[in-house]
Write a protein that binds this ligand. Sequence first.
Ligand code: DHB
Length: 311
Amino acid sequence: MIDLSTTITGIKLKNPLMNASGALCMTKEELHELGASSSGAFISKSCTLLARDGNPEPRYADFSGGSINSMGLPNPGYQFYTSFFPELAKYTKPLFASVSGLSLADNVQIIKTFSEVKALSAIELNLSCPNVPGKPQVGYDFEHSAEYIHAVSKICKKPLGVKLPPYFDFAHFEQMAAIINKSNIAFVTCINSLGNGLVIDPAKEQVVIKPKGGYGGIGGSCVKPIALSNVHKFRELLKPSIQVIGCGGVTSGTDVFEHLLAGADVVQVGTTLVQYGPKVFDRLLKELEIIMKKKQYSSLVDCKGKLKQLS
Ligand code: DHB
């Protein structure tokens, strides 16, 4: 028997998989389906203070290497989730809430309220939504990020994590890690989509999504190397007590295994979940078990963070 259990911020998960926020987790029905799925935990769609319709459709498209989206934060508003989360407690697995208020004050108000919701295990503060016109990603502005993290840490009574955008320069990894190491953040989730990519349909000579002139966040298999570098770098730079959730490019059990090697404690699934639905967790877990068995590993600790260098 292979033990796939893991722990994040002291919370036990029976396996390391969960959905990435945004993937099939906005409505009551979607969250019930995730609750009933074989994932080890689940998280709700990033919410704002007030309900939002989001950007005009089509706003999500698959392409050969992954997906592009510019959803624009459609969500029913945080009060909907405050009253709905207790219904999800029956699934007896950890429930996270993703918060993406449009200002620091909004985030503070939402997180104060969510702090009192017993059904919630943890909160993921989203510093990296690339799709709201006129609202830059907070995670690319280090001063702003420090201010958000400081203010929210003070009022949050649940384990608090931050969802980060991908970084591409060691100086940026170091700046963000220094901010997080000084805070009481319990985990980071790396990575959100690669912001403002452009997918072109050559036959139609056209963009594939309507909002923002066709620009949108890129996810799926093409982002895996960037996701792995971000997981690995933050694992290296963060204090050992701060955990890392890997997200990006997971289409198979092997991809999950690579995230674990890079240092992830939990692994989120976005594009692949949207493409195949919550049943996909069954396949990913089966594939992960097969790899672990082949390698004669009996639990995740045998491989977690054990990436080797060339000598
Ligand atoms: C949306 C996209 C994101 O990548 C994110 O982190 C939050 C929201 C969106 O467009 O809805």
